[in-house]
Design a protein around this ligand. Sequence first.
Ligand code: NAD
Length: 478
Amino acid sequence: MLMNDQDAHLYIKGRWVVGQAGTLDNIDPANGQRIGVVSLADETQVSAALDAASGSFPAWSASNPRIRGQILKKAAALLRERLGELSEALLLEGGKTRADASGEAQRAIETLNWNGEEAPRVSGKVYSGIVDGSTRYSVPVPLGVAVAITAWNFPAVLIARKLGAALAAGCTVVLKASEFTPRTACAIVKALADAGLPEGVVNLVFGDPVTVSEQLLSSPVVKVLSFTGSTHVGKQLAGLAAKQLIRPVLELGGHAPVIAWSDADVDRVVAVTAPAKFGTAGQSCVAPTRYLVHRDLHDKLVQALVAKARSYCLGHGHEESANLGPVAHARRVRALQELVDDAVAKGASVETGGAKADLPGFFFQPTVLSGVPRDAELLSEEPFGPIATVQAFSTLDEAIELANAAPYAFAAYLFTDSMRVRNEVVSRLQASNIGVNQTAPSLPDVPLGGLGNSGYGYEGGTDGVLAYMQLRLVSQST
Ligand code: NAD
């Protein structure tokens, strides 16, 4: 098979190679058309990727963190020069609008750059105090080979978060990126290679996800697993990692509530949350899904949300007017329809949308449902699409109880000017990323991690780098 720019291949030990286990079509979800193929690794190639990561670890982990940081920053600079190319990959295979694609590409670049700056800042601690005549200090040391497995919904940012932190820490990596968004992964790995990353430090594979992840996580050289994806798969991978005592960082699903207290400005609630709700067609782990509104504001909020949902122009990212893209594939359209149908069968009302859009590709109408009963699957299963539910509450206790009712605990939003309500909600919400009168973005400089079905461990910030490191304690006497 010849390599060309439309196709995505493996990167093993510093070389681009064609996968030996066949190919999958890379599909543009906005029109269902094939835009290339992704080639898949066989067992020998996955082994070669592990060997390359393991073989390059001693030198990379011992290298000066400033040098590691410079490579990350150079890769960020190269991607800035190639912004058009990266954005186009996100638009085509990720189904993003032009604005979403460019925004994500820039966030990925910022993330690599921030971790490049952080690399030489990572430091240990000196402990004085309870032991006479002994000096004790801890030094963070890189753990070893990391396996990074990423989702398709923010393919550039997710890869940048994992590679940025792992490389800054001094770990080497086998990246198994999503087969739905392979060109994006290739663009980032290529920038790192062009920035001077030594061979073997990052290896990129695609393949049958079950087979490849089983092989990767049964290897004794792997010390860290960083996974971003669904809760269902995260639990399976946590089980595999446990067998080898591989340290897991799991960034899983979300089901974010938006609490609009009685003093909330409804137009502001909608204006602030709509980009997070409908951006990337709602396929975001921090997307607001459950609007919980004080009874007095219920009808007004439904009206405002419906008006906003109807204002979107669905279309391919190449169309200038398009500001809402497709979901990832046909299975997601069916899953969204099933969630809506189940809610309606149990008594919910469709205020707008509620069905597949009449367009080529995998579009679902921006949808608002009210009166969704508690036993509707939509309230406990992550919809991962442009669907918002609205439920009314009367008291703060009721709002908090509804917010905490989903098995996920990741992002949550609150709108109020009351300090008392803020303090109470913030302390009682089961959520780890709370936006008060604003959204809750995953910026590179802050640690972020889920609770419950949303996972565990942190990505982002210094803690995100330390996730790839072990504290070595040294106690010494003169
Ligand atoms: P997914 O779990 O289907 O896939 C994620 C990755 O795992 C992909 O690389 C995929 O190929 C691989 N995979 C799929 N099935 C597998 C299996 N059985 N065994 C091993 N690997 C497997 O998730 P997705 O559909 O790509 O992404 C959407 C999910 O990701 C949503 O649940 C979303 O909330 C979550 N997500 C979470 C965060 C966060 O920071 N918490 C960020 C983005 C996305």
